[in-house]
Design a protein around this ligand. Structure first.
Ligand SMILES: [Zn+2]
Ligand SMILES: [Zn+2]
Length: 406
């Protein structure tokens, strides 16, 4: 849709401005007219360059283009990042934005066809790389998704994908600020996937949503966003509950034995957890946006919730039924360095001399009793931190007195 290059350029500049409006030297966010940081005095070269480019683009716009929703939203966003882009009065822009968004809400409510200018305004408002937290933008986004889901309204793919991208950001960005989403042709029967902090939505699933509506795209996005969050927690050694620990074990075993994932797909906890969240978002969307609730979805959801609570740790590995903890211990014995790499192991495993073993029940109870009054809001964190402290103390003691044993 954005066939004119300058519009794409302006979006790129907006995104750059958002990062460059902080001083690279000290993080300060106020600059004088000569782009010198008000806190450390250093000139912000990047910001200077951005403003020059932006002015250049806007100077080449016709009167009419300058009045378009696309440019108005650009100005609104950029003014928020840096007051140095002051070609227009801030209040004036705000007023124009409110007038425009009211008209958009009316048009979307009536499922009217949107003009090319208005759709371009929405594209800028939803702009993929940018997470624009604002009430009206969120409302417009939900209305575009709901109208597409019911096929009452039809909008350009960029508008619809932009709305879905914002929806994804709302779920994941409060937890994972580097999260991204891509639209891509995935292998057959794969509606979505995730890798690290990136969720992928299958091109065909998106096209099916565009042309046939339905709510499964919400489920896919919610599901993949949850996988991104799982990855984030694992990578940052965060364990909020026992399920996080089990999902961490799954990833350790899967890393050594990739076939485990397919053999146990149905009862992989990371999948159950993602299914529960995908379905929760879909039901929420159906209920709040369309006033609709569905018994079959509710039943499936409840069945998955039960599995999540049960958190069964039996898995099929090499065609045998194995406890995940035992599979993990085998791996730890083969590769003891993993114990130091991943703090999550310290909850249920311990090192005695060179040997890594499971903690005994009485050790687990001691951990609980010794740490339950710790100021940390999470018992797990307390156990890990204290276990590391003890290990360091022990090392120091041994260095001073090498003959001492534990
Ligand atoms: Zn500074
Ligand atoms: Zn999944």
């Amino acid at each position: 849709m954005l066939e004119m290059n300058w519009k794409k350029e302006l979006i790129t500049e907006q995104q750059k401005l958002k990062t460059d409006c902080k001083c690279p030297n000290c993080g300060g966010d106020a600059f004088g007219k000569t782009f010198d940081c008000q806190f450390c005095g250093k000139e912000n070269q990047e910001l200077k360059e951005d403003i020059k480019n932006i002015s250049g683009i806007l100077e080449n716009c016709s009167e009419e283009e300058l009045k378009s929703p696309f440019v108005m939203i650009s100005l609104k966003k950029m003014e928020e990042y840096s007051p140095l882009v002051s070609s227009m009065d801030r209040e004036e822009i705000e007023k124009e934005y409110l007038t425009w968004s009211k008209k958009m809400i009316d048009d979307l409510l009536a499922a009217k066809e949107l003009s090319k200018e208005d759709q371009e305004g929405l594209i800028n408002l939803f702009d993929n790389g940018d997470y624009y937290q604002e009430q009206i933008a969120a409302t417009l986004q939900n209305m575009v998704i709901a109208n597409t889901a019911t096929q009452r309204g039809h909008y350009s793919p960029e508008v619809v994908y932009g709305a879905l991208y914002q929806y994804y950001c709302q779920i994941i960005k409060p937890h994972v600020k580097d999260a991204k989403m891509e639209k891509k042709k995935l292998k057959e029967d794969c509606a979505g996937e995730s890798e690290g902090y990136t969720a992928r939505l299958d091109e065909e699933s998106f096209n099916n949503f565009m042309n046939g509506g339905g709510s499964s795209v919400i489920n896919i996005i919610g599901h993949e966003a949850r996988h991104v969050y799982q990855h984030y927690k694992r990578f940052h050694r965060i364990v909020e509950d026992r399920n996080d620990l089990i999902m961490f074990y799954e990833s350790i075993v899967e890393n050594k034995k990739p076939e485990m994932y397919d053999e146990n797909y149905i009862n992989m906890l990371s999948e159950i957890d993602a299914r529960v969240f995908g379905s929760m978002f879909e039901q929420q969307f159906l209920k709040t946006m369309l006033g609709f609730s569905d018994e079959k979805r509710k039943r499936d959801f409840k069945a998955d919730c039960d599995l999540l609570v049960e958190a069964d740790t039996m898995r099929v590995i090499d065609e045998k039924q194995v406890h995940l903890e035992d599979a993990v211990l085998t791996i730890l014995k083969e590769e003891p360095s993993l114990y130091d790499k991943w703090a999550q192991f310290r909850y249920e495993f311990t090192r005695e001399g060179q040997e890594i073993r499971r903690k005994t029940t009485s050790e687990l109870i001691d951990d609980y009793l010794n740490n339950k009054n710790d100021k940390k809001d999470n018992l797990y964190l307390a156990i890990v931190t204290n276990s590391k402290k003890l290990e360091t103390l022990e090392k120091k003691r041994q260095q001073k007195n090498p003959s001492a044993t534990m």
